[in-house]
Design a protein around this ligand. Sequence first.
Ligand code: NAP
Length: 320
Amino acid sequence: MSDDKIIAVTGATGAQGGGLVRAILADPSAGFTPRAITRNPASQAARELAAQGVEVVQADLDDEASLRRAFADAHGAFCVTNFWEHFSPEREVAQAGNLARAARSAGVSHVVWSTLEDVRRHVPPGDERIPTLAGGYKVPHMDAKGEANELFRRAGAPTTYLHTSFYWDNMITFGMGPARDEDGRLAIALPIAGAKLPSIAASDIGACAYGIFREGEDWIGRSVGVAGGHLTGAELAAGLADALGETVVYNAVSPEEYRAMGFAGADGLANMFQFKVEFEEVYCAARDLMVSRRLHPGLTSYERWLEQSAGRIPVPVAVG
Ligand SMILES: NC(=O)c1ccc[n+]([C@@H]2O[C@H](COP(=O)([O-])OP(=O)(O)OC[C@H]3O[C@@H](n4cnc5c(N)ncnc54)[C@H](OP(=O)(O)O)[C@@H]3O)[C@@H](O)[C@H]2O)c1
């Protein structure tokens, strides 16, 4: 039997956890081996992992006992929840609690919890600079993750709090790619005025998490943020224009205009961007590029990400 340390990876079939699995597999002599956790080992993504020799284990974030079994004998656990599947901050907190207690009772030596700021610590619910949403949240998917940090502490799980950044992949997977404006020009709409947005290739979050596991116990009890760049909306548009070979305009919409777009979660995302603009300095400082590069020396730049991924960004055809 191999002496490699097992890293149990939730979200292994997704963006962050998938990046961690690939980073572990790419470094076979380092003494780690991934265990992919999924609700459905028969899914195509899970079968592709198994075909690469990855151990695949069934568990559900809603079921603490299943997580305890999936974490058994593991050295490390990467813990990520997916707010966008259910849009419930309360359920996200409950899932994080299950992860924290399961990691503790399984005796995992190092947990990396994929988290974000609880915006209510900066803008309390009574402060309507950022509108309060149902249930007393400012940014439900951020507040829930930040609130859950305490559950890892309370469980006594040896945790590193990994603060993530906006994915460039949102242009492919989250409908945030360019659209055509009334003049037929490509445009990206973001309510971030002239602020710098810490952002990253989603897969690099997992690769940075691997760096944390590799560096080991010095990280326990600490927070760290990662980003591949701190880019303005104009810089995001200019990079896209270079990659697509066509002008791309940056449309700096207001938070109110963004909210009015009306898609599911638009109000929470408008609040999220408003927070990132109003707290630009502290939010960027929490995602240091040097630290990110130390954790993942192959950290992808925006230009490189575009070289690799621009072909997958849906681009509406020009009319006329
Ligand atoms: N988009 C962004 O810019 C951004 C930036 C920072 C943070 N985030 C956060 O990233 C999180 C999502 O991570 P991601 O993008 O890596 O996910 P993703 O690519 O959308 O994939 C979701 C993953 O979560 C797993 N999962 C979901 N519900 C589960 C459950 N009940 N039990 C077990 N596994 C479950 C899925 O596994 P199976 O389907 O195989 O079971 C899948 O691997 C969200 O909470 C979001 O707030 C997003």
